[in-house]
Design a binder for this molecule. Structure first.
Ligand SMILES: Cc1cc2nc3c(=O)[nH]c(=O)nc-3n(C[C@H](O)[C@H](O)[C@H](O)COP(=O)(O)OP(=O)(O)OC[C@H]3O[C@@H](n4cnc5c(N)ncnc54)[C@H](O)[C@@H]3O)c2cc1C
Length: 355
């Protein structure tokens, strides 16, 4: 079967590997110049002279509750592509008053960067599937029993089956010819997030590595930040003092159109107000808006699929959200394309609450 997979995030890559193992001829279309999607690592120029930054500015970590994903994570750990991360974590509800948290969640990160296991997975598949990077798919049409995938340059290719592995708003745009899939994807809103990576010339006087921030409503900086953590506390990173701040979804919604420098100032002010330490100007900073960071109310379907038409959608928004959900969704998609169907409902609600 000639199958197109649209998206080389973790869902698309997990799906691709399972498909090639069952004999599909797979073509992977990826809009970006590299794989990994929202498991993203920022690399700006000038790291050696302190003017640049390397930091994970999408997913900060992932959990692994279910056997199928745990096995994958164990194989990444065995190859040195991932490791457990145990940050000293606090909650900051009152500015300057961190409360130590006892965390039961087991966190993992890619090593030396979050995208490392995904890049390795894609590299391992390159001899078994056709990868088209920097090739966004524009439309997917049904014609004479085939699916015709048209990319941004106007190039058209025919396939027997298609799996989209893109965030819900992208699936809505691509699945216009399959009404029930289109409608299901349109029902899953995704929350935005501003992510700010900061590099400081000196270590900040904070005796914790990660903070869940939720300042009280009356605080001047309430509602700006949701999370902050120290990159160098993760295994395999450099000693550089790099922090990544993530905004609340409400803040991101209200500042979708704002410019990066304005957002950087507001988030930095909120960070120093929340931590209660004296302000230090960063040597480098980089803000990025993720318009579709996390699904607000993800489905629990594993994936969406039309068996007759052989087209479907997978991704975190189909399966409980987050990295683990996206991985399991990619496998569910491959199962459906291979004529198998599992009930993911119980798995899904647990996955949703674990992250
Ligand atoms: C700021 C932020 C923080 C997060 N924190 C965490 C966390 O701490 N823990 C956690 O578990 N999860 C976290 N997540 C969520 C996690 O990153 C996602 O759940 C997971 O990576 C989703 O994987 P996916 O494969 O479904 O989608 P994606 O990773 O989004 O992959 C989709 C791919 O499709 C490509 N694409 C899109 N449209 C097209 C098109 N038309 N043609 C071709 N290619 C296309 C994209 O470029 C992308 O590479 C976070 C996400 C963000 C943004």
């Amino acid at each position: 079967m000639r199958t197109a997979v649209v998206g080389a995030g973790i869902a698309g890559l997990a799906c691709t590997r399972a498909l090639v193992e069952e004999g599909h001829e797979v073509t992977v279309y990826e809009a970006a110049a590299h794989p990994s999607g929202r498991i993203a690592t920022l690399r700006t120029n000038g790291v050696s002279d302190q003017s640049g930054i390397v930091a994970d500015h999408g997913a900060r970590y992932f959990s692994a509750r279910f056997e199928r994903f745990l096995h994958e994570v164990e194989s990444w750990i065995d190859r040195g592509e991932a490791a457990r991360w145990q940050p000293r974590t606090v909650a900051i509800n009152d500015a300057g008053v961190p409360e130590a948290q006892i965390e039961r969640l087991m966190r993992f990160v890619g090593v030396p960067t979050m995208d490392a296991p995904l890049r390795a997975l894609a590299t391992g598949l390159e001899s078994r599937a056709e990868f088209r990077y920097a090739t966004p798919v524009r439309t997917i049409h049904h014609a004479s029993g085939d699916w015709v995938v048209t990319d941004d340059s106007g190039r058209r290719e025919h396939f027997d089956a298609v799996a989209t592995a893109v965030p819900a708003p992208g699936a809505v745009q691509l699945l216009t010819e399959v009404a029930h899939l289109h409608t299901a994807a349109a029902r899953v809103p995704m929350a935005p997030c501003w992510s700010l990576a900061l590099r400081f010339a000196e270590r900040l006087p904070l005796d914790y590595d990660a903070a869940r921030v939720n300042l009280g409503a009356r605080h001047e900086h309430a509602g700006v930040l949701a999370w902050a953590d120290r990159e160098s506390s993760k295994p395999g990173r450099s000693e550089d003092e790099v922090w990544v701040l993530q905004s609340s979804d409400q803040f991101a919604r209200e500042h979708i159109g704002s410019d990066e420098s304005e957002i950087s100032t507001v988030m930095l002010d909120a960070f120093f107000a929340a931590t209660g330490i004296d302000r230090i100007d960063p040597a480098a900073h980089h803000a990025r808006l993720w318009k579709a960071a996390l699904p607000v109310a993800p489905l629990c379907d594993g994936c969406l699929y039309d068996e007759q038409l052989r087209i479907g959608a997978c991704g975190d928004w189909c399966m409980g959200a987050r990295v683990e959900g996206a991985y399991l969704s990619g496998l569910a998609m491959a199962d459906r394309l291979n004529g198998r169907h599992r009930d993911f409902l119980a798995t899904c609600s647990l996955a949703h609450h674990s992250a």
